[in-house]
Design a protein around this ligand. Structure first.
Ligand SMILES: [Zn+2]
Length: 282
């Protein structure tokens, strides 16, 4: 299983720690947010909640207001955090149930096409496909002369092409250049030059062949002793359905030399809160 990282800025994790400290012996909870299409949490916003030492339940109105404030700042929700105050850091049965219930909806604004496995172009006899980093691709189709009185075209093929490898240019040189008698196709560090037969025409289009969308949504549990445990749910949108899969996850704090780059040691799970499956509880 690919290990995911909950990447969070030093400022955002500091806001989580501060909220946990301010809640004292009680739990507290909030929303993690960041820019759509990125894998970085830049904000942690506390939710107004009814809280005790082993329980926190956010107020629906507070949730709506916080989500509106996140949208106003041009951000999207990336998950939730909550504190276990003085208890250990772990995801209880209630926590698991909460994230499985909330996250498919929370993922909505952050769905992306799956990343292509390779960025190298694919060349067929009359087609060239360049995968783009955003999961779409550029497709060039070679068309021969039109067959009279039909909409069909004669089949033609590329001439003998040349290929070169520029491993240093991976990601830097992406695209298709129509050079008249030749087509230059560059991506993933591979550059191909394909002679275009006379009388052939090229159609170039950007197409989306991704079969599904994916978003990663995170849950972070902290305590006042400095412990932290992250969970990640991969949410897939496929044919109108949402499918969730749990991914292994570690925490990475970004952008502060003073902070350790990783946290995530499990503190002993002393005094587990009673488990249940009530809405909005952690
Ligand atoms: Zn919890």
């Amino acid at each position: 299983m690919v290990k995911r990282k909950l990447r969070i800025t030093a400022e955002a994790i500091a806001a989580v720690r501060k909220a946990a400290e301010a809640a004292g012996q009680d739990e507290c909870m909030g929303v993690l947010a960041g820019r759509a299409g990125t894998d970085l949490v830049t904000e942690a916003m506390v939710l107004p909640a009814e809280a005790s030492a082993c329980h926190a339940e956010a107020e629906p109105l507070g949730i709506a207001r916080t989500l509106a404030a996140i949208a106003e700042r041009g951000l999207v929700p990336k998950g939730i955090f909550h504190s276990h105050a003085c208890l250990g850091v772990f995801h209880s049965g209630t926590d698991e149930a909460t994230i499985r219930r909330l996250f498919p909806q929370m993922a909505t604004q952050d769905f992306r096409r799956p990343k292509p496995g390779t960025l190298a172009p694919t060349i067929e006899s009359d087609r060239a496909v360049v995968p783009l980093p955003d999961g779409r691709c550029l497709e060039v189709t070679l068309l021969g002369q039109r067959i009279p009185e039909t909409n069909a075209h004669e089949r033609v093929s590329w001439g003998k092409g040349e290929i070169s490898f520029e491993p240093d240019a991976v990601g830097a040189d992406v695209g298709i250049t129509d050079q008249g008698s030749r087509l230059r196709v560059a991506s993933g560090g591979v550059v191909m030059t394909l002679p275009v037969p006379e009388d052939a025409t090229l159609t170039i289009s950007k197409v989306d062949r991704a079969l599904y969308r994916i978003a990663h949504v995170y849950s972070l549990v902290v305590n006042r002793a400095g412990g932290a445990e992250a969970r990640c749910l991969a949410v897939y949108a496929l044919n109108g359905e949402r499918i969730v899969r749990e991914a292994a996850c570690e925490l990475e704090v970004v952008g502060d030399a003073q902070a350790p780059s990783r946290e995530g040691k499990r503190a002993p799970a002393a005094g587990r809160p009673s488990e249940g499956n009530t809405d909005g509880q952690v």
